[in-house]
Design a protein around this ligand. Structure first.
Ligand SMILES: [Zn+2]
Ligand SMILES: [Zn+2]
Length: 231
């Protein structure tokens, strides 16, 4: 805790709070830029086939017992959000994720607001140690807090290290890359029968969410929706 506080302090010095959109002082994302400079998703797409789908709900033809029920992406191919996430993940500026988590909660669609549990996509322990935090957990934590939904971080574990999805082009290859990398965690019993928001920072092909969601469904989770900042 103490170490984290010091880190937070150090971060203020290293990364001053300037809005990523307009350089306004004191915030990483000002209200004005959040309203005007973000490319909010005009339509949503099915996690399985990538085609347009009402509300992001998985098509009936794409659905199976273990497929996630839908995928809601707040924004699409958004440069501002992509820059913020990159800065957080690769420059260690995890505080940048706080306004993003809040933005997720403010924009969370009506059909997801009364879900029971937030489960962040886990990182492999080795990668989390190296990075010092899990970006999905930071986002999920903020979302859970703002929406007053329970946060469960140990329902899933990442048992194998995989290549960064961003380095792989094709959907099938991405699916292969994350196949079998997730397993049940010690808190898997806590999510049985619940409706789960499965949170990640970015989802391009949906492969990670599909694979992690499969583990949850296999262990009796009622409904699973993917929630990401950007697709
Ligand atoms: Zn701004
Ligand atoms: Zn589909």
């Amino acid at each position: 805790m103490v170490a984290r506080d010091i880190w937070g302090l150090a971060l203020d010095i290293v990364l001053p709070r300037f809005c990523f959109g307009c350089r306004e002082w004191r915030t990483y994302l000002c209200d004005q830029c959040a309203k005007q400079k973000i490319n909010y998703s005009p339509t949503l797409r099915c996690a399985k086939c990538d085609r347009m789908a009402t509300d992001g709900r998985t098509h009936v033809r794409c659905q199976s017992k273990q497929t996630i029920d839908g995928l809601w992406a707040m924004a699409q191919k958004d440069q501002l959000l992509t820059r913020m996430i990159w800065e957080a993940k690769y420059q260690g500026a995890y505080e940048v994720l706080q306004p993003l988590g809040r933005l997720l909660s403010e924009n969370l669609p009506i059909w997801l607001v009364n879900f029971d549990v937030v489960v962040p996509i886990p990182l492999h322990a080795k990668r989390e140690r190296k990075r010092g935090f899990n970006q999905a957990e930071k986002l999920g934590g903020q979302l859970a807090e703002q929406c007053e939904i329970e946060l469960i971080t140990q329902a899933l574990v990442r048992t194998k290290e995989s290549k960064a999805q961003a380095l792989i082009e094709e959907k099938q290859a991405r699916l292969e890359n994350v196949r079998g990398v997730f397993g049940k965690g010690p808190e898997i019993g806590e999510v049985k029968g619940k409706r789960v928001l499965l949170v990640d920072d970015v989802s391009t092909t949906g492969a990670t969410l599909l694979n992690a969601g499969r583990i949850l469904k296999r262990h009796g989770v009622g409904q699973v929706w993917g929630v990401v900042v950007c697709r």
